[in-house]
Design a protein around this ligand. Structure first.
Ligand SMILES: [Zn+2]
Length: 347
């Protein structure tokens, strides 16, 4: 079974409602409640919640949920001619929101301007939201009503082509780690939180991420970062769909186990090779995102474009995985040239 409803997230100053669409597949259905649509699902069956495009330029997540929709209830599925499971096979309910933040989606942006939210331009810093707060806080609170009913959450994001596809989970949380393995990207990034995190986390408001807020409510949650913002890329979409089927298997909505995972785990955000001076950056020609690097490995050089003088031979500061490589050549002092995530496979 598939049901969908238009959902009003908040209201613009002009009175125009900010709306999005929520879908439900499987045993549960969306019904019309007093305060808008709500989920009516059997109490004993698992619920998975997936959303995309909190950051509106990260469009591949929305494309993932569309392709998943086609696989579950498309023409082939309806005719029984598809070769995979359909919505009728789901033992439980999948709830999806393809565009979580229409404000940033319409601007093809990461955040909103101050005129729309002077308190929190980044929707993914204000979970679980506040029904009487700013626009983003209200929008998050409205979606949290669905997310908080789930047994597992997938918050689909994408990075630039210069960032390796990976899945972020809360370090030390076994259930989140299992969900990340079920999603199946080769690289998993473990992100510390709370007392384990350094002060940067607090300063940057990371506690307000959907993933962190939900994990703290004991709902295992992951943030896949598929490659390519602003562009629908078939390979990224297929990675996301495969990941969603892995999650549905792990949570028991589909029969069978997720594919066994055999990848690399690293710590999020730790190592950065920084530009010591401003200039043009040329990465080593054979350096690609996802490559393993060893401390001291040359990753590129920064040169003065007017005198041709080499200003910096940039080297990896630790052993790890090059999870980002700057592809825009013009760099200012202090900019990240290469992000190196430190491997922690043993944990
Ligand atoms: Zn994002």
């Amino acid at each position: 079974m598939h049901t969908s409803r238009s959902l009003t997230l908040a209201r613009l100053p002009s009175g125009v409602p900010i709306r999005t669409t929520v879908h439900a597949y499987g045993e549960g259905e969306l019904v019309d409640g007093d305060d808008g649509p709500e989920l009516d699902a059997p109490g004993d069956a698992p619920v998975v919640y997936a959303q995309a495009a909190q950051h509106g330029r990260e469009v591949n997540g929305a494309a993932v949920l569309r392709r998943l929709h086609d696989r579950l209830v498309g023409d082939a599925a309806e005719a029984g001619g598809g070769d995979g499971p359909t919505a009728a096979d789901l033992a439980g309910t999948l709830v999806t929101v393809p565009v979580a933040d229409p404000l940033t989606f319409d601007r093809v942006s990461y955040t909103t301007p101050e005129s729309l939210d002077s308190r929190q331009p980044n929707m993914n810093r204000c979970w679980p939201g506040d029904a009487e707060g700013s626009l983003h806080e209200r929008m998050a609170a409205r979606l949290w009503a669905f997310a908080s009913e789930a047994d597992a959450i997938v918050d689909l994001h994408t990075g630039s082509p210069s960032m390796a596809t990976h899945t972020v989970y809360m370090r030390g949380d076994e259930a989140c780690r299992g969900l990340a393995e079920a999603f199946g990207t080769d690289l998993l990034l473990a992100e510390a939180a709370g007392d384990d995190a350094d002060t940067e986390w607090d300063e940057r408001g990371f506690a307000g991420k959907l993933r962190v807020a939900a994990t703290r409510e004991d709902i295992p949650t992951i943030t896949p970062e598929l490659a390519h913002s602003k562009e629908v890329v078939s390979a990224a979409v297929e990675t996301g769909v495969r990941g969603m089927f892995g999650v549905l298997r792990r949570e028991g909505l589909l029969d069978g186990d997720p594919d066994p995972w055999d990848g690399v785990v690293a710590r999020n955000h730790l190592g950065r090779v920084i530009a010591e001076d401003s200039g043009l950056f040329v990465p080593e020609p054979d350096l690609a995102v996802g490559d393993r690097v060893t401390e001291g490995d040359r990753v590129g050089e920064v040169f003065d474009p007017t005198t041709f003088e080499t200003l910096q031979v940039a080297c990896a500061d630790r052993d790890g995985i090059a999870y980002s490589v700057a592809r825009e050549a013009t760099v200012t002092a202090g900019a990240t040239l290469v992000g190196v995530a430190e491997r922690i496979d043993g944990e």
